[in-house]
Design a protein around this ligand. Sequence first.
Ligand SMILES: [Zn+2]
Length: 290
Amino acid sequence: MRRQLGAGQSRLLVAAIAAGVCLVGAAGLIASAVVDVAGSRPSAQPSAVPAAPSASPVPTATPSATSTVLTGRPLAGRTVAVDPGHNRDNAQRRTVLAGEQETGTGMAACDTVGAASADGYEESAFAFATARALQRRLEALGARVVLTRRTQSGAGPCFAERAAIAEREGADVLLSLHAEGLPADEAGFTVLRPGPVPRYTEDIAEASGRLGRAVRDALVGEGLAPSPARGQDGLLLRTDVGVLNRSDVPAVLISAGNLHHAQDVERLRSGAGQELVALALAKAVVAYLG
Ligand SMILES: [Zn+2]
């Protein structure tokens, strides 16, 4: 059964889109908007989130990811779906993109504008440039790469279509690339993985968890720090993210940093910073699939 959004939630959704907050098809609009704006731990976060295993906010990366050497064609025969979040012209298509789709735990806008830095550098631009860098690296390693959008222009696609592309193309994994617009004192990356959602993620939740750990370890291995304010050691379990819940292949969403944080935004907008994320993700895919 489809659950209808109340008028109050619809108004919140419009406000969130207008604020440029990255909600990525999150059904828990009220909780997510609070989380993304205030950066606090989500009150609606599932109780299945594991307790803190260590006192250190920076985990020790596992050898499987950090020791990965990118040579040869270890990904030959593999297909990787890379999803650059949002799109450049989403702001001009708000009416269409506000149309709601089922996430598996509720309804959410089919796509959002995404975040931007104070001087206008857009999350969609970071996501697309990094996706292209990752595509080059993965193809050099033998993989076939499917992008869910092939240009940094136009609008969408909707989150259900992004997930469907990965399934139709027979992808082994789906990596969704994003950044955030959080309070200016928050920095670092977060890897979102899908929690168990009956009839949606039961078949991918466990594998997505392993993929998420490989991604987290690889990002740490390249010297990137996980956000101490969100998730646990760089990993965040969510049950309300549409692109993850609708995926039929193991999937994670990489929130690579905060476009409102001075150091993060310089890294996110630089070619070197984008290549670093791409390198880490390529290593993670090899560690997971290789
Ligand atoms: Zn986003």
